[in-house]
Design a protein around this ligand. Structure first.
Ligand SMILES: [Zn+2]
Length: 134
């Protein structure tokens, strides 16, 4: 088992991104074992009810119970855009600056850092068009 990425969601929570699937924290980390349990985010989806459950330490997934149902995979690009949107929200709430400009700057930065194409990005931010890729 191996490393995962944490994707910020709302209110300081995170999704755990692992093998192209997103999971949410079931309960806080066990202070004795240092292990956190994460459940597939499609568990609550009536049509899916995915029962995949992961156990992870702070930096590694150590076990998985139940395989994912046959539901869609999540692209890394999508998680990058989720992070970008969250960054924008955080910045907007801490500033009086123009929202549009902040959001464009953040997304441009994401594109540069992750070598994304504008096409990747426009899948997730349909209105997005103002970033000139060099
Ligand atoms: Zn699943």
């Amino acid at each position: 088992m191996s490393e995962f990425t944490l994707i910020p969601t709302h209110r300081g929570e995170h999704y755990l991104f692992y093998e192209h699937q997103l999971s949410y924290k079931v309960k806080p980390k066990n202070p004795f074992t240092g292990i956190t349990s994460w459940r597939c985010r499609r568990y609550h989806d009536e049509n899916v009810k995915c029962k995949a459950l992961l156990k992870a330490t702070d930096d590694r997934v150590i076990s998985q119970s139940n395989n994912h149902e046959n539901h869609e995979k999540v692209k890394q690009t999508e998680t990058i855009m989720m992070s970008a949107k969250q960054d924008v929200k955080n910045m907007v709430s801490g500033t009086r600056g123009p929202v549009k400009r902040i959001s464009e700057e953040t997304i441009c930065k994401m594109i540069d850092q992750n070598s994304l194409t504008l096409r990747d990005v426009s899948n997730f931010v349909p209105k997005y068009k103002n970033c000139e890729k060099t």
